[in-house]
Write a protein that binds this ligand. Structure first.
Ligand SMILES: N[C@@H](CCC(=O)N[C@@H](CS)C(=O)NCC(=O)O)C(=O)O
Length: 231
């Protein structure tokens, strides 16, 4: 019996944040797969193990607990596996960084593909994406992230904030290489942190597995096609 079951699509997008934390903790998890994820999402709220609108959904088998909403799952795993700073202000900043990352995912997919990217819409959005990069960079620099060393919140070891940050910017720019120069030019310390976290053995193994399973996809669907077209 694995420690966890993850309900998510076969893409390295929102659910990849959960995978990154599970991998880092050494937990064993099972991927429920697209069919089970779809069945869960379309079930009536009364019949869902946790009432939710969209995946990721994580089942913790030992605790008999099921949770939805990526930032909530991250906070749960962070607290359960000692990746969340104990000081309330640092813990709150960690939650804030994860929530910011989730906002960026929504913006990059124009709210889950509600609208497709057009060259004009992308040109208008690009400065905002750069601003998000600066927001993460500035947050890290205020707490001791310096180019080539340090962590987002100045912790000794990488924490949830580092995993979320690296999963956002590292995965996005690896799957969509035209965005890498923007990251390096706008937020060099963030690019370096993403690389350092990605090089950790557990994250490198996750990436190798993801590449095999998901190829070069990122957010998937028609919205990814439109994103690649404008890039
Ligand atoms: N706020 C939710 C958003 C979940 C979400 O948008 N999931 C996407 C996949 S990344 C989905 O498949 N949604 C289906 C739907 O909303 O109908 C979270 O952070 O987990």
């Amino acid at each position: 019996m694995p420690d966890y079951t993850l309900y998510y699509w076969p893409i390295p997008f929102r659910g990849q944040f959960v995978r990154a934390v599970l991998a880092e903790t050494g937990a064993e998890w099972r991927e429920a797969g697209a069919e089970a994820t779809s069945a869960l999402l379309h079930a009536a709220p009364e019949d869902q193990p946790v009432p939710h609108m969209g995946p990721p959904v994580l089942e913790d088998h030992a605790a008999g607990f099921v949770l939805a909403e990526m930032p909530a799952i991250m906070g749960y795993l962070g607290r359960r596996h000692g990746l969340m700073p104990e000081a309330p202000d640092r813990a709150a900043l960690t939650d804030k960084i994860v929530a910011d990352a989730n906002d960026v995912l929504d913006e990059m997919t124009r709210a889950g593909g509600a609208q497709m990217w057009t060259p004009a819409a992308w040109a208008e959005y690009r400065p905002r994406l750069a601003r998000w990069m600066r927001i993460f960079e500035e947050t890290g620099m205020r707490h001791g992230l310096t180019d080539g060393a340090g962590h987002m919140l100045g912790t000794e070891a990488p924490g949830l904030a580092d995993l979320a940050t690296a999963t956002l910017w590292g995965t996005m720019t690896r799957q969509l290489p035209p965005l890498r120069p923007l990251l390096e030019g706008t937020a060099p310390a963030l690019a370096a942190l993403s690389d350092r976290i990605a090089a950790r053995p557990a994250q490198a193994a996750l990436r190798a597995w993801s590449d095999r399973e998901f190829g070069d996809s990122w957010c998937g669907g028609e919205i990814e096609e439109s994103l690649r077209a404008v890039l």
